[in-house]
Design a binder for this molecule. Structure first.
Ligand code: FEO
Length: 433
């Protein structure tokens, strides 16, 4: 069936369909989240890599539809899901009756469908931030769209409802903004407060809280960590503006309505990069010598009462490691040397980590080598570049670690733990590098 015919059929039947919408929110069609406010997003169950971030449980692209004198759609979806979005909208209203299209963020997972949506619905206004307009034109070369640029604090009447806009530059793109439905107290928060998680449930109180906060932490660590100072400003800005949402409706994952305070306080904590008494020993190994060193470093940490986790890069994804980095106080990183450098997976991780700018960590470097052994120095240099407080200049072992070498690894673990504990207690020690 062609899309136009399908939409017509849907419009004829939409009253019947609307009655079938589950207000409980356990549905894959549209979901009423407040009177005349609907989630019309789509689920992407199959995606496993989101520009380098592993998504073992898929993701969602959330769009929201407000029915009022001016029917308004907030955000699009990834291009391949355009028809799913339109079919979902058609269960509520003929998509061609949409008056306003709000584009909170131009990244392709939300705007890939926008050109075809604009073509179909012919909106009276395309509302976006000043940078959003530039980015939409840069992406789609369509200066003829009926753009209306909105700025922070600007309010637009939709009828009985009104929406206010908040620019959130670099959270996480220059164009990013949020929309706030004033009467319903719904904050449509774009990427912030989201999770990459495909689930048939739509609200935070319908899913396991531990799993939810795990996905939210991974999202923060991999998307927002480098913008942490801006996150702190955002939280303050929302409070100053008197915004006390009854719902936070992000563009990925579930809608927060029960634990709004919990997710805001988690963002406050993550953005301060508050760390736990936790160390990560991250390594790549060629013939298990560096792996033996990693285990001995862990033994040293344990002897100082420090929790630690070992991450072999052959079995752990960079984005899962970044989630652990979020609240770790110590990073001890090792690699064998190959072709005068570090193992390729280690270069991948360090490049990724450097971009996300974790701070406030103590660290050390280690590794086995055969004849040149450059990897340890390279790792130590990378760690210094991201302002990790280094313990020592790096521990190298030629070929297989002997008894004394393993003792030295244990001692390295103990030194890092003692340094982290001293910093936790506010005792500053001179840098050893
Ligand atoms: Fe979900 Fe920055 O896009």
């Amino acid at each position: 069936m062609g899309l136009k015919m399908k939409i017509t059929v849907d419009v004829v039947n939409f009253r019947v369909r609307a009655a079938q919408i589950l207000e409980k929110g356990v549905s894959m069609g549209p979901v009423r989240i407040k009177d005349n406010v609907y989630w019309v997003g789509v689920l992407d169950w199959d995606i496993r890599d989101f520009h380098g971030y592993s998504t073992p449980k898929g993701t969602t692209y959330n769009s929201y539809l407000v029915i009022d004198e001016k029917i308004t759609l907030f955000d699009g979806v990834k291009k391949p899901f355009k028809n799913d979005l339109l079919e979902s909208i058609a269960q509520i209203v003929d998509p061609r009756k949409i008056d306003y299209l709000v584009v909170n963020h131009v990244e392709m997972d939300h705007s890939g469908s926008i050109p075809e949506i604009v073509e179909l619905i012919q909106p009276q206004k395309v509302l976006c931030s000043p940078m959003g307009k530039k980015a939409l034109i840069d992406h789609f070369n369509r200066e003829d769209w009926p753009f209306e640029v909105v700025e922070t604090g600007q309010t637009l009447k939709l009828g009985k409802k009104s929406v206010s806009f908040f620019e959130t530059r670099m959270l996480h793109w220059p164009d990013s903004m949020m929309s706030y439905l004033n009467e319903d107290k719904i904050l449509i928060s774009s990427d912030a407060f989201g999770e990459h998680w495909a689930t048939s449930e739509r609200f935070d109180d319908q899913v396991d809280s531990g799993e939810l906060f795990g996905h939210a932490a991974k999202y923060y660590a991999n998307i927002l960590l480098l913008y942490s100072p801006l996150v702190q400003k955002l939280i303050a800005k929302l409070a100053q503006a008197g915004i006390e949402p009854s719902m936070i409706a992000p563009d990925h994952g579930v809608i927060w309505r029960r634990d709004i305070a919990g997710i805001i306080s988690a963002y406050a904590r993550w953005s301060k990069q508050e760390s736990l008494r936790k160390a990560l020993v991250i390594y790549d190994t060629m013939w298990q010598a560096t792996a033996s060193m990693a285990e001995a470093v862990g033994e040293g940490l344990k002897r100082e009462g420090f929790d630690f986790k070992l991450f072999n890069l052959k079995f752990n994804h960079r984005s899962d490691i970044m989630t652990e980095v979020l609240d770790a106080s110590a990073l001890i990183i090792g690699s064998a040397t190959i072709n005068n450098g570090m193992m390729p997976a280690m270069a991948d991780l360090l490049t990724y980590m450097k971009g996300l700018k974790p701070h406030g960590k103590v660290g050390a470097a280690f590794g086995s080598y055969g004849w040149s052994g450059e990897a340890v120095k390279q790792i130590a240099d990378w760690m210094r570049e991201i302002n990790i407080h280094m313990v020592g200049d790096g521990l190298r072992v030629k070929f297989t670690p002997k008894k004394q070498d393993l003792e030295n690894c244990i001692e390295l673990g103990r030194q890092v733990a003692r340094e982290a504990l001293a910093r936790e207690a506010g005792i500053s020690t001179p840098k050893t590098d």
